[in-house]
Design a protein around this ligand. Sequence first.
Ligand SMILES: Nc1nc2c(ncn2[C@@H]2O[C@H](COP(=O)(O)OP(=O)(O)OP(=O)(O)O)[C@@H](O)[C@H]2O)c(=O)[nH]1
Length: 411
Amino acid sequence: MNDNTIPVTVLSGYLGAGKTTVLNHLLHNQQGMRIALIVNDMSEINVDANLIKRNDSFSRTEEQLVEMTNGCICCTLREDLIQEVRNLALKGRFDYILIESSGISEPIPVAQTFTYVDEELDINLGTFCHLDCMVTVVDAHRFWHDFSSGESLVDRKQGIDETDAREVVDLLIDQIEFCDVLLLNKCDLVAAEDLAQLEKILQKLQPEAQIIRTTHGRVDARELLNTNRFDFEKASMSAGWLRELQLAKHTPETEEYGIGSFVYRRTLPFHPERLAQWLENWPAEIVRAKGMMWLATRNDQAILFSQAGSSIQIGISGYWVASFPEEEQAAIFSEEPEWAATLDPVWGDRINEVVFIGIDMDQSTLAKTLDDCLLTPEEMALDWASFPDPLPVVEDWDFDEDEEDEEDMAQ
Ligand SMILES: Nc1nc2c(ncn2[C@@H]2O[C@H](COP(=O)(O)OP(=O)(O)OP(=O)(O)O)[C@@H](O)[C@H]2O)c(=O)[nH]1
């Protein structure tokens, strides 16, 4: 299907991770291909594009450089990206398109640009090109610093605008969890033992991607170009937490460097007040947690819980099927009998099911302290709606900020 369309590789990675360095390296090792480059920079001056133009391998006749500035190709410049890619493809001069996203781009919207027809522009990029590989560059030296900084893009003056409340760690995790190749760059700046541990945790967060250690972006071009690796469905399902959740049975792993994971699964609801207290004292050894939660006070809502570093988000993912009228439930269950057979006879699909990935986690203590947050048999008999619920309704909830708010109120 992809035979006659131009392959595209997208480089993502947080600011300064080494994307331009990788791109420059690829230009030196392009195996005779005529490459078109699209370089996206958030600032007005496209520093990365200037660096590439100075590269002696960048020949103006064979290559073309498209600079996209003052916005991000995953949001404000998405339509421009579609048009630029189409224009490049229509020139018929290029064998390959390489895109360097801005450091604050999210990879999924960029990938969607190639997989969905844009109805407003009425352009189907699939007729011109296909996504070959999503690459994420990770800065091995700064990873833990950025991951645990608790800072937002706005705190770092790196947001799209002053309302860009995304946390640095959420961006890092999005870029890691959706990719085909992870380049662990700046390996020269990290001790061997720390590097081995970081590689293992990245593997746990993203078990499908090929992880390649690099220094100054030096990587065999064949690992990133014409790889045939990208598959939207597969990439969307490749995150470590999701894979863990889908495993029929967790096989205990040999915990190299203390890195492990487990699924906390209970068919009892959480008491929101006790759960909130638990979240306030988030165990530092948990690196990533994600899954569904069942809160007694919101008995119909399926809550999506997501944590990475100090960022905790609690959102509504939808409604439990068990909260639907009986005929609707019956219709859904008859369409998915295998799934229906796995459900609790009393509570249906209501469940607490959260994956924890961490370093040196004490699984039984964590599970025990979470069990203490579930409704007791006495509470099960009470009116659940009457329980205090200090948890936020939706969206981001930063417990550090909450502490600050409490401190402010106390003054
Ligand atoms: N020590 C060391 N420095 C590196 C390595 N790779 C890149 N650098 C340096 O890191 C800095 C940032 O690299 P870039 O390639 O510009 O990073 P980027 O991801 O394109 O950055 P943005 O475009 O700002 O998002 C530069 O000064 C590079 O020379 C590496 O492996 N080791």
